[in-house]
Design a binder for this molecule. Structure first.
Ligand code: CA
Ligand code: CA
Length: 444
């Protein structure tokens, strides 16, 4: 692992204005968001092109990636849960699609770029200087073959596993890859998830058969890795579904490109034999909603029914004649537990134009939820001040076995009732529930 030090020239890194017109306009948009009882949404920070987030372990800083060339440090210096300072992290560094930050438990900040992985020791203590220590976990040009570099599906995300290893998802650059590319992609881990030690050693392909995953998180209840996957474009408005997947062992194959999403076959691989061991998604989402960042809710500030569930951000469609309603709402997040997706806030589309495009979610130490938005250039904070917070009630064995944390059957039925649905969760297919929730939850 090569180490070097950036040589910043100015101690005075320019800051992004947090009090001007942009902030006022964003707060105006938030006023139209309909929130569930007891929840509030506020502007946390103005952050241009905000993508994936990593929270400091002991300092109130959020490191925020972009798909461009900037990497941001966002600080709430006075502790009022609104950022006071937003400035470039290590501005002297030349970065290419610095989309994916993640933190190790001992305070090393990892940044996955398009074709390089960097690590910053003690980042949250030294980030205010333009001169930061940095190490290359994966040198430039060695994450993927240089000739495979592409802006398409080129934004990486990472996470640190319970085993201390670094997990990185790597989209492959095609809508559907040609068959002659598949051997190379499977070997490198493109269209998959790789893992390696944080010193760069021990790299292996952890999961395959993935089109473009831009969100992952380990379930704190049992250490399993879950991930979202974005599915094939050009097959129509309503197919194939988006995916939430669960990995139970190293080496699993998640079905792409034989399946374009869920169990919808791709035209290109219609006649190809599907590998016998393909793992289907744990849950399916509306087509072209573009599910990106996700996080398990391990805190207890929200009502018990959210505990142990997943929040995920949907970026919204581009490959659909009418935008997906949920993608049009600026900040919202969704809870998904097996067969029971649940929305938090949403606003209805007024004219079909996006007001925001959510990218990632992160849970703050106080149990509130941050949502990044690369269209509006913002991070929002969702907090709960109702009376239902606190420790969860005893959960049923069934929910535990399903890896659903504290989501029991009663809660699930309650959730469905909230969404205007009838019948038991068992009787209803995931896709049906999705459709219902789309129709009943869209509001003005
Ligand atoms: Ca503040
Ligand atoms: Ca799949």
């Amino acid at each position: 692992m090569r180490e070097f030090r950036t040589t910043g020239t100015s101690l005075d890194i320019p800051q992004i204005d947090q009090k001007g017109e942009t902030a006022d306009r964003l707060r105006g948009i938030l006023e139209d968001i309909e929130m569930p009882e007891g929840f509030e949404i506020d502007l946390f920070a103005v952050v241009p092109d905000a993508r994936h987030m990593a929270l400091g372990n002991s300092v109130p800083v959020v490191f925020v990636g972009t798909r461009k060339d900037k990497f941001w440090a966002v600080t709430d210096r006075d502790g009022d849960r609104v950022a006071d300072e937003v400035k470039e992290f290590a501005p002297a560094l030349d970065l290419a699609v610095p989309n994916g930050p993640c933190m190790t438990p001992d305070g090393f900040l990892v940044l996955a770029e398009h074709n390089r992985v960097l690590m910053f020791p003690a980042a949250e203590f030294f980030y205010e200087s333009p001169d930061v220590a940095v190490a290359e976990v994966v040198p430039q040009g060695e994450l993927i073959p240089v000739e495979e570099e592409s802006f398409n599906h080129g934004a990486r995300v990472c996470d640190i596993g319970p085993d201390g290893m670094l997990y990185i998802s790597m989209g492959q650059p095609h809508n559907v890859p040609p068959a002659e590319k598949m051997d190379l992609y499977n070997e490198v881990g493109m269209g998959g998830i790789i893992r390696l030690n944080t010193d760069g050693s021990g790299r292996e392909v952890y999961a395959r058969g993935i089109r473009n995953s831009v969100g992952m998180d380990f379930n704190p209840a049992n250490d399993e890795l879950w991930f979202t996957d974005n599915q094939v474009d050009g097959m129509g408005d309503d197919i194939p579904p988006g995916e939430m997947n669960r990995i139970t062992a190293s080496g699993q194959n998640f079905g792409f490109p034989w399946y374009g999403g869920g169990t919808t076959r791709t035209n290109e691989y219609m006649d190809a034999e599907i590998p016998a061991d393909v793992v289907n998604p744990e849950a399916e989402y509306t087509a072209h909603a573009a599910d990106l960042g996700m996080a398990f809710y391990g805190a207890d500030a929200f009502p018990a029914k959210y505990h142990g569930g997943i929040f995920s951000a949907q970026h919204g469609s581009w490959n659909r004649t009418t935008p997906v309603a949920r993608g049009c709402s600026p900040p919202w997040a969704r809870m998904a537990a097996r067969a029971s997706p649940r929305s938090l806030p949403r606003a209805g589309p007024e004219n079909g134009e996006y007001l925001g495009r959510p990218v990632d979610v992160a849970i703050m130490k106080d149990g509130s939820l941050l949502v990044s938005d690369d269209f509006a250039g913002a991070i929002y904070r969702i907090s709960y001040s109702g009376s239902e917070g606190g420790q969860p009630e005893d959960s049923g064995m069934e929910a535990e076995e399903a890896g659903m944390g504290n989501m029991d059957m009663e809660t699930m039925e309650e959730n469905m009732e909230d969404m205007g649905m009838e019948g038991s969760p068992d009787e209803m297919g995931m896709e049906h529930m999705e459709t219902e929730s789309e129709e009943t939850e869209t509001s003005n």
